[in-house]
Design a protein around this ligand. Structure first.
Ligand code: ADP
Ligand code: MG
Length: 293
């Protein structure tokens, strides 16, 4: 039977916006020593804005936004929403994309108006032998070193544009990280985003360990390895790409603002996506377990 104080603990968590799935989660949370966090949507607001467009070839900026928005309309990724919102904001009519295909942690592809449109990270486009990716990378570097995510757009196998997308850090994130560090927890950031972008965000937040260009499988693998080295790991994430790692962690912590798949894979959900809930959960667990003993 579940001890009364655990039920009380779960109830108290709920009041603070920390939804704990079951008693076991609250018990394990006490022993967590390492917090693995995703960047986009977890540390950042996850409501990114398209702030700069660099066009390659003969395209017009409006064409790029139309093509990109047509494809991204079918994606759940926060970056996709930035592009779709921009098209709406600019009052552009966006046609329907067909043959949509999503490469989790890489990008998206579809046919639009008889053209092949591929959108995603530089490495994905390079893998698909798109022309002009290197020129785009050079242009992207300065924006990335300021923390922007740069998304590459190819139309019919040639680079057509780079889109700089900025996603501000959540207001609550710095305080959340400070508290986690005060609790003696080690924080590691994993992101599918590019190295210079990850470096800029990590520096801003005082995160000393981060890994960039990490695929969903690698996030999962990273958590698994930490566990087999004897660590007790909580993984915080919001996306489909985080779901395998959330499920593999000792405690999976999903942002309530994230996708359903992430929430289903996690033992804890933070209402409103407030990362301060991680420290709250750790404190609650410590208190509850010491009450039982
Ligand atoms: P994160 O770990 O930061 O949440 P993801 O693993 O979801 O990032 O994505 C990694 C990278 O893949 C992104 O930075 C972006 O360049 C690219 N990407 C993924 N999905 C999309 C999409 N729908 N549209 C454009 N680019 C995408
Ligand atoms: Mg994310």
């Amino acid at each position: 039977a579940t001890p009364m104080s655990v039920m009380v603990g779960v109830g108290r968590g709920a009041q603070e916006g920390v939804l704990i799935k079951n008693a076991e989660v609250l018990e394990v949370m006490e022993n967590v020593d390492t917090i693995v966090v995703d960047k986009t949507g977890t540390l950042t607001q996850g409501r990114p804005e398209l702030t700069a467009i660099k066009v390659y070839g003969d395209w017009q900026e409006a064409d790029i936004i139309k093509f990109a928005a047509a494809v991204e309309a079918q994606s759940e990724h926060p970056l996709a929403q930035a592009i779709v919102r921009r098209a709406k904001h600019d009052g552009l009519s966006v046609c329907e994309a067909t043959n949509f295909d999503s490469i989790t942690g890489g990008g998206v592809h579809a046919s639009v108006d008889g053209r092949q449109v591929l959108i995603g990270k530089a490495d994905l486009l390079a893998d698909r032998k798109i022309d002009g990716v290197d020129a785009g990378r050079e242009q992207a570097a300065a924006q990335q070193s300021e923390g922007a995510t740069v998304v590459f757009v190819a139309i019919d196998n040639a680079l057509a544009a780079t889109l700089a997308i900025t996603d501000p850090i959540k207001e609550s994130t710095p305080a959340a990280l400070l508290t986690l560090h005060e609790l003696g927890l080690r924080v590691v950031m994993l992101t599918g985003d590019a190295e210079p972008t990850a470096k800029a965000v990590a520096a801003k937040l005082g995160i000393d360990e981060f890994h960039a260009g990490v695929s969903p499988e690698e996030k999962h693998e990273f958590v698994r390895k930490l566990k087999s080295s004897g660590k007790t790991v909580a993984m915080c994430g919001d996306g489909i790409n985080d779901a395998p790692a959330l499920a593999a962690a000792d405690v999976g912590i999903a942002m309530g603002t994230g996708t359903g798949v992430a929430i289903e894979s996690a033992g804890v959900t933070l209402v409103g996506g407030d990362l301060r809930g991680v420290a709250a959960a750790a404190n609650l667990s410590r208190k509850t377990m010491s009450n039982i003993r």
